[in-house]
Design a protein around this ligand. Structure first.
Ligand SMILES: [Zn+2]
Length: 308
């Protein structure tokens, strides 16, 4: 099943042809005047379904699921420990992450069935670092991370994802564990790092180090995301010459305003495409958008870059 949708896209990646990833999920839910708290996969499924369908109509080849930071660990971070959650939390709360993960994948699959026609559109299960994505100092040790990633990616695979998109990764170590876990589960992986203004990871590690460490784990693509377009450009200059696999870029547009987002008009769709041409010139094949981008941004990318 997975090959039917993802196989043609992998072929395009290998041929250096553009593959269009979708745009923001979390901030796009906010822009539609719905809170992103609890992800809304179970409570407002129609909002998530419509958003995915909009990205399919915009021309996205890959839909990312509404599952960023949706995990048992994230839920438990609200409590002292699991026993505390059992005592004070809603009954059955521990089952909510898996139920929401499965519902999220089902919504993306449904949107594809309704909107994609015969076009191959792949579903990427979107996950991130196990702790907060901008804080590499909080990362769990490799053994704990491996166990959690295998469980998480296993659920996404079982629910119907064609690949896993591990995004906003802040350290080489966690990227390698996540890619290895995907290989163990048997799901293709794309690994996306968040670059700083010098094109390094928040740990100070370089893109050359990241690319070298990932070579043995064979993700299908190494990407950069959730940083301003110019930071991603700087990062891509470092990454592209070193990467053993396809590269790609999906920056954010606007400013982080925790826990929500400040939308700005610095990069309207036409200006975003001008930036994307610079990524293409450096060899990027995967083009999409992170926080603050919209179906209009993705439509502009698809019109400009996707082979018809
Ligand atoms: Zn983002």
């Amino acid at each position: 099943m997975a090959e039917r949708f993802y196989g043609p896209l992998r072929g395009r990646l290998e041929a250096g042809q553009p593959v269009i990833l979708d745009g923001a999920i979390g901030t796009e839910i906010l822009r539609r005047d719905v809170t992103w708290a609890d992800h809304q996969n179970l409570s407002r499924p129609e909002v998530i379904l419509a958003l995915h369908a909009d990205y399919v109509h915009a021309g996205a080849d890959v839909l990312s699921t509404n599952t960023f930071q949706l995990s048992k660990r994230s839920l438990l971070s609200h409590f002292c420990d699991e026993a505390h959650m059992q005592r004070v939390g809603r009954p059955g709360l521990i089952d909510r992450p898996e139920a929401s993960l499965r519902a999220a994948v089902a919504l993306a699959v449904e949107a594809r069935a309704r909107a994609a026609g015969n076009r191959p559109v792949a579903i990427a299960g979107a996950i991130t670092t196990l702790e907060w994505c901008f804080r590499p100092d909080l990362a769990p040790d490799d053994n704990a991370a491996m166990t959690e990633y295998v469980e998480l990616i296993g659920i996404l695979a079982d629910a119907g994802c064609d690949l896993v998109l591990v995004e906003t990764v802040n350290s080489v170590g966690e990227a390698v564990v996540a890619a290895r876990a995907a290989r163990q589960v048997g799901l293709p992986s794309w690994i996306a790092f968040v670059p700083d203004e010098e094109g390094r990871l928040f740990t100070g590690e370089t893109m050359a180090q990241a690319a070298a460490a990932l070579a043995a784990e064979r993700p299908d693509a190494i990407l950069l995301n959730c940083a301003p377009p110019l930071d991603c450009l700087v990062g891509l200059r470092e990454l592209a010459p070193q990467s053993p696999v396809a590269t790609g870029v999906y920056p954010h547009v606007g400013r982080f305003d925790p826990p929500e987002w400040m939308f700005t008009d610095e990069y309207p769709p036409a200006g975003y495409v001008v930036e994307a041409q610079r990524w293409r010139d450096l060899g990027a094949t995967v083009l999409g958008g992170c926080c603050g981008t919209t179906p209009e941004h993705i439509a502009a990318l698809a019109r400009t870059f996707r082979p018809s």
